[in-house]
Design a protein around this ligand. Sequence first.
Ligand code: SF4
Length: 340
Amino acid sequence: MSDKAFYNKPFSHIYVEKDIKGIPLVEEVLNNLPSAKVILIKHYKDIFNRKKQDFRVQSKSRSLILAKNTGNLIFEGSDMCQDHGNSRFFYATSVMNCLFDCDYCFLKGMYSTGNIVLFVNLEDYEKKIVEMLKEGPMYLSVSYDTDLLALQGIADLCSFWTELAKNNEDLTIEFRTKAHVKRFDPAPNVIYSFTLSPQSVISSYEHYTASLEGRLDSVNRACEAGCNVRLCFDPVLYVKDYMKCYNDFMDEVLPKVSWDKITDVSVGAFRISKDYMKGLRSCCPMSAVTEFPYVNEGGYMKMPSDIYKGMRDLLVSRLKEVKDEGKIFCDSDGSIVRDR
Ligand code: SF4
């Protein structure tokens, strides 16, 4: 019998801060999860930051926490992220943690719990962004600490962010996903970014995410709908026979995408801070992707550069078969790519 039989279904329990009970987004989530047991709490940190939690076990049966974010709402993008040429690059944390469970996810190093927090005070995010826009155009990643499109059946936060972009032309937002998304809402300043990986990598390391076929279906649906579409070939991971694996992957992907409809492409290596790597290794000790002997360069754990350069050059040369070089973003040593 699968060990799934011993766990509650995801979101069998929802913790709700007392002060926000009754607001429309809370009711929307509770209606979407009618069989969940609802527990009222004083503050989300009482649950999210509890000591002695086990990310690995909790990720098999995540609880949901609905809360009001009274702390920082918008953060400056770190130098680990590709900014695609945008000087004012930020990310929003309207959700912390993800429905998916990638072995290499930096969230495992950042949080000590597998439970998910969803902040419902979206009007505060809107106020803050409108204020920040007075200082100039902004590029905002809204799926940074989560995969918002994967949560659509539970809370439609994507509509909020899309409407905000539609009402503020100086705001560009990016949704990044590994989900099989079937419906899209195109807007000139909304970018849908799809992470593509070889199916063997998805099966081994990107648990619960959509298959490569599902992701390519999403890509084509988004293109058909007239969306701005970015393809992210990152993180590139070291796997057995990596050159053959990634070359076969490109053989599969190249003919299945309408490249003239793709806005741009990014290529990047797995990379994570030394401190987060410690948490990752204790969370996924048996995973080849966490146990690989990465090299510590200035506090960041990276693939040895000769391996990464070989993989990057292969991917870039294959992508140049279908896309202008100016639309392919990558770095010289795998050093500016986010670790998801
Ligand atoms: S890497 Fe991305 S999709 Fe995977 S668990 Fe982390 S946030 Fe979710």
